[in-house]
Design a binder for this molecule. Structure first.
Ligand code: NAD
Length: 348
């Protein structure tokens, strides 16, 4: 393990030029801020489908970030971005199970074709690419600690929920294939329920949704009996993990879980949000068959094994669940984003 800027050294020890696809989104905008803060240069490529320029307000004000509005499906545009950068953080995607349930074709093609366009272009220009994947990869595997080499247990292709998992898996195996056949420098990261400021509740993310409901005194709708657990991780910890992996030569060619070892049930999360907002909201349990469209299947728990990233990058998360909730409350209180969209699910 080392904490030296191996990438900077590869490129002559100066600032590294990063391409962040999906950089106007939740995680991508925090990564952009962190890269700028340490003196690197950033090009953001984003089609603003779920991302927002507002997320990059402070970054754009520095004058050290170039924003390119466009799609990762535009091979020529992507090529012009990768040609001018050293490392690509590939985050652009149709994110979350809910979006794929609602817009299956567009979402799948964005994730599958888009990853091919981005990864092949980075490889062509001899750069390094970090591919953002998801704990959804593990499918129904529930209960046991999930290591990067754990088996994946998926439902049938006729259940649309699994399409997101398969699209993310495609990006992973594509990166692996480019690494083995073309000696490409790749890193794959699987995020487990990242939360924090700038995350929208509009696509089913449970923490911003609960906070937004609590702030307006609306019932917090918990689907099922609320016993399903998740391991939430603050975006500040996630950002640190990603940058450590980019800087660590031994991370190249590997896949890493990025999450938290601490589980919380969704019912407990709802109670905690009510407590910390001081809201009068009640908790309403909604049976799964009323809450979800056809094609949805809930997962009991997802608990990441974090020993690989601890060993290779010396990383473990530090932000507590209460600090996460407080940050999400502060952000939603300070923005007009507190409106609660009508039909929300609690998937990540
Ligand atoms: P997000 O929706 O905020 O970010 C995705 C960004 O990609 C958005 O800015 C969107 O406008 C952009 N985008 C979508 N399609 C595009 C296209 N065709 N061309 C260019 N830009 C496009 O979501 P996020 O939570 O920041 O997710 C970032 C990455 O992390 C995604 O790859 C997602 O699958 C992965 N991930 C996130 C979580 C989480 O908990 N937030 C969990 C697992 C995996």
């Amino acid at each position: 393990m080392g904490t030296d800027r191996s990438v900077s050294e590869d490129y002559g020890g100066g600032a590294v030029r990063y391409l962040v696809t999906g950089g106007a989104g939740f995680i991508g905008s925090h990564l952009t801020d962190a890269l700028l803060a340490r003196g690197d240069e950033v090009v953001v490529l984003d089609d603003l489908s779920t991302g927002r320029l507002e997320n990059l307000k402070e970054a754009l004000a520095t004058g050290s970030v170039e924003f390119v509005e466009g799609s990762i499906l535009d091979a020529e545009l992507v090529d012009s971005c990768t040609a001018a950068t050293d490392v690509c953080l590939h985050l652009a995607a149709a994110v979350g199970v809910q979006l794929i349930l609602e817009q299956p074709l567009d979402s799948l093609l964005r994730n599958v074709r888009g990853s091919d366009v981005v990864i092949s272009s980075v490889v062509k220009h001899g750069g390094k690419v970090l591919v953002a994947s998801s704990s959804e990869i593990y499918g129904k595997s529930s209960g046991a600690l999930l290591g990067e080499d754990s088996d994946r247990i998926l439902g049938p292709t006729s259940t649309s929920r699994w399409a997101y998992s398969m699209a993310k898996a495609f990006s992973e195996v594509l990166a692996n294939a480019y690494a083995s056949e073309c000696q490409a420098e790749t890193i794959t990261v699987r995020f487990f329920n990242t939360v924090g400021p700038r995350q929208t509740g509009a696509y089913g993310m449970v923490m911003p949704r609960f906070v937004q409901q609590a702030l307006v005194g609306a019932p917090l709708t918990v689907y099922g009996d609320g016993s399903q657990t998740r391991c939430f991780t603050h975006v500040r910890d996630v950002t640190e993990a990603v940058l450590r992996l980019c800087d660590e030569a031994a991370a190249t060619g590997k896949t890493f879980n990025i999450g938290s070892p601490h589980q919380i049930s969704i019912a407990d999360l709802a109670r905690r949000v009510i407590e910390r907002t001081g809201s009068d909201s009640e908790i309403v349990m909604v049976p799964y068959d009323e809450a979800y469209a056809d094609g949805f299947e809930e997962i009991g728990c997802r608990h990441p094994d974090l020993s690989l990233i601890a060993r290779i990058a010396g990383w473990s998360p530090r932000v507590t669940i209460d600090e996460m909730i407080d940050d999400v409350i502060a952000y939603n209180s300070a923005t007009a984003a507190a409106a609660v969209p009508a039909d929300l699910n609690e998937v990540a």
